[in-house]
Design a binder for this molecule. Structure first.
Ligand code: PBG
Length: 330
């Protein structure tokens, strides 16, 4: 049977029919808001490349987290910008560090808000790489995988002990999920979940974030630890290993240029799939919207819908608060 008996436009005639046959829904339940916290008080430094986003101090962050929760956003992801940086990122593991302070403050002010912490060293090292450096076999400085694991474990433990619901390692070291799981369990922190940045690609789309988190690498790039963009099968191995090591949630990042990876991950693994709608994806729409070249709301919701349609149940997005409000009225 074909045209004229078949007419697909029949079910597109009005909003009610379209609503009834809608295959993919984005709701506030799917959204996680990334936030940046630095030492100090009363701080709300605008991030120039990410209009509407700020580096907060613990007090202002707590207020903003409350607003997000009131808008219906179930979770935030915390990134810390420390007082001081050093070669091994020692500040990252401090129980009185800014992320731990923020976790305690937010959990006290909004107990129902899920607090996730990014576990990585790039904001804490003076060279901006995601781990401790050593000379590799080529005689070049490179991140030493196994030496980094110990610091990451300490950082994850500090966040968990401060009250984080979920820790999210984003460094891309081999074996870190297993190491963090074992350390959490050994300390009775078996209720703390791990959301692994499993398929994290070396991407130009992280540019604005590195300004926000003050974490660009001082030399070279992250290609020796983050994944190469062309490799989908390798991404499946990364996901598989993290699931085997005990990841409760696995993430694909960035989202939009990697929808095929999200789709394959969702088809293959029965754990919740998260996708990170990264800073560059946000900033390019913001910039175009400020020029009047794109409608921000429609573009953002279309992007979030595409990420959901590909199979992500959780979306980290800088639009989380606006999107929660837009969707409520949709
Ligand atoms: C590393 C980290 C990065 C992002 C999240 N965690 C940046 C990087 O790898 O350089 C990027 C997030 C974004 O672009 O929104 N701690």
């Amino acid at each position: 049977m074909g045209f004229p008996a078949v007419r697909l436009r029949r079910l597109r005639r009005n909003a009610t029919l379209r609503r009834m046959v809608r295959e993919t829904r984005v709701t506030a339940d799917n959204l996680i808001l990334p936030m940046f916290v630095r030492p100090g008080e009363g701080i709300r430094n605008p991030i120039p490349s990410m209009p509407g986003h700020f580096q907060y101090s613990v007090d202002t962050l707590t207020e903003a987290a409350k607003e997000a929760a009131d808008a219906g956003v179930p979770a935030i992801m915390l990134f810390g910008i420390p007082e001081a940086k050093d070669p091994s990122g020692g500040e990252a593991a401090r129980v009185d560090g800014v992320v731990c302070e923020a976790v305690r403050a937010v959990k006290e002010a909004c107990p129902g808000l899920c607090v996730i912490t990014d576990v990585c060293l790039c904001e804490y090292t003076d060279h901006g790489h995601c781990g401790v450096l050593a000379e590799n076999r080529d005689g070049n400085p490179d991140v030493d995988n196994d030496a980094t694991l110990g610091v990451l474990v300490e950082e994850a433990l500090a966040h968990a002990q401060a009250g984080a619901d979920i820790v999210a390692p984003s460094d891309m070291m081999d074996g870190r999920v297993g190491a963090i799981r074992a350390a959490l369990d050994a300390r009775g922190l078996h209720e703390v979940a791990i959301m692994a940045y499993s398929a994290k690609f070396a991407s130009a789309f992280y540019g604005p974030f590195r300004d926000a988190a003050e974490s660009p690498p001082a030399f070279g790039d992250r290609a020796s630890y983050q994944m190469p963009a062309p490799n989908a099968r390798e991404a499946m191995r990364e996901l598989e290993l993290d699931v085997a090591e005990g990841a409760d949630i696995v993430m694909v990042k960035p989202a939009l240029a990697y929808l095929d990876i999200i789709q394959r991950a969702a088809q293959r693994f029965d754990v919740p799939i998260a996708a990170y709608n990264v800073s560059g994806e946000f900033s390019m729409v913001k910039a175009a919207a400020l020029q009047g070249w794109l409608n921000e709301r429609e573009t953002a919701l279309e992007m979030l819908t595409a990420i959901r349609r590909a199979g992500a149940g959780l979306i980290l997005t800088y639009w989380a608060v606006e999107a929660a409000r837009w969707l409520e009225r949709a």
